[in-house]
Design a protein around this ligand. Structure first.
Ligand SMILES: Cc1ncc(COP(=O)(O)O)c(C=O)c1O
Length: 391
């Protein structure tokens, strides 16, 4: 008997359900137009919000860092030491975010896996928005903590649920800042108010708020002017920063603690000098000008306004993440393939990333797009949408 036969069965099932992920191969750098599987296409799929993934200043900084520091960190920071470059990034990030301190990780995913088990355990309770990112869910699983899911973006439900657990000593409320599949923004001021009332710790994952929300892209805490009121901010440098890496921002007490307790920090090597140098260059770029952030938002208003006029349902987005709702996973895949055939790279997203029956095309807008690019894409969305009966 083939002991791994279940793998074939599961892959067949995914294919049958239209849920088998087809990973496209990209040749060359990120940008508005990229070459995918040998074809030049308009890129509406990446998290490269500000177009910095191929930024010349970031690249120069990376090249210089390789010359100075080499290509690899050679071990984890707590054992083999850390570079001045990593410390410099952490200081600059703290300044940028208006936080006392930051600690960097290999990715945003790692940052969540590091911080949640360090803060809560079996005796505690996490109150988690039902649409929180997988890395938050996995962080809670690793922490072996009890999780109470509250209704998406619903402070009343959170309040009810936390009230029922008010005698638990350590309570942690976790929310995505911007929800990665919906594009809506967490009601952070209300969450903070509830947390204060019930003495709960607050944590926001700002992966999609970084470079997008707040003054010059300083994120959701800046957007709501909640500096000093959110205990734990999670950031990623893989999206608007266009590089890779994650971090936690908060008090120095928190980051000192995570240096001792954050397991991905303790047991996995840091990101490379080239990555760190590029991230430092991005912080400098964002400190200098908010032009890219403004362009991102003008593209967002333009695209979303036209799509709504055409009758597309773009859900409850308030940010450049634009879910073009389709419903059926197979129709969504079909839509995405037809877009690709005409030269538009916009991926369909189905279960388990989004609930069953809520498949969509997830359009990611970027400062790199021109209005001409977007107008051209909208025309194709209209034609395909009509041919598939979506509009
Ligand atoms: C809300 C959220 N948190 C964390 C992550 C993980 O970030 P990274 O790609 O840096 O691991 C993502 C990326 O998809 C995300 O959307």
């Amino acid at each position: 008997m083939d002991k791994l036969n279940f793998i074939n069965e599961e892959l067949d099932r995914l294919k049958e359900a239209g849920l088998l992920i087809n990973i496209r191969t990209i040749e060359g750098p990120q940008g508005a137009w990229i070459t995918v599987d040998g074809k030049k296409v308009l890129n509406l799929s990446s998290n490269n919000y500000l177009g910095l993934a191929n930024d010349s200043q970031s690249k120069t900084a990376s090249h210089n860092a390789i010359d100075t520091y080499g290509v690899g960190p050679a071990a984890v920071r707590t054992i083999a030491g850390t570079t001045t470059l990593h410390k410099d990034l952490e200081q600059k990030l703290a300044q940028f975010k208006g936080a006392e301190s930051t600690i960097s990780f290999q990715s945003g995913f790692c940052a969540n896996l590091a911080v949640i088990p360090a803060i809560v355990g079996k005796a505690d309770v996490v109150f988690s928005d039902e649409l929180n990112h997988a890395s938050i869910i996995d962080g809670c699983r690793l922490a072996k903590t009890r999780v109470v899911r509250y209704k998406h973006g619903n402070p009343e439900d959170l309040q009810e649920k936390i009230h029922a657990e008010k005698d638990i000593e350590r309570k942690l409320i976790i929310t995505d800042g911007v929800f990665s599949m919906e594009g809506d923004i967490a009601p952070l001021p209300e969450i903070v108010e509830i947390a204060e009332k019930y003495n709960a710790i607050t944590m926001v994952d700002d992966a999609h708020g970084e470079g997008v929300l707040g003054r010059g892209g300083r994120g959701i805490v800046d957007h709501f002017n909640l500096h000093g009121k959110v205990d734990i901010e999670v950031g990623t440098m893989s999206k608007a920063f266009g590089v890779v890496g994650g971090y936690i921002a908060g008090t120095k007490r928190l980051t000192d603690y995570l240096m001792q307790k954050g397991r991905p920090f303790l047991f996995s090597s840091a990101v490379t000098a080239a990555d760190v140098a590029a991230c430092i260059a991005v912080v400098k770029t964002l400190n200098k000008s908010d032009d890219l952030v403004k362009k991102l938002w003008s593209n967002t208003r333009f695209f979303q306004g036209r799509m709504k006029q055409l009758g597309f349902n773009i859900g409850m987005t308030k940010t450049p993440i634009t879910p073009v709702m389709i419903g059926d996973a197979k129709v969504a895949r079909d839509f995405s393939q037809k877009l690709f055939d005409v030269g538009i790279f916009a991926q369909s997203i189905g279960y388990p990333t989004v609930p069953v029956g809520k498949a969509r095309i997830r359009v990611m807008l970027s400062a790199t797009h021109s209005e001409k690019d977007l107008t051209w894409a909208i025309d194709h969305f209209e034609n395909i949408g009509k041919s598939l009966g979506v509009i």
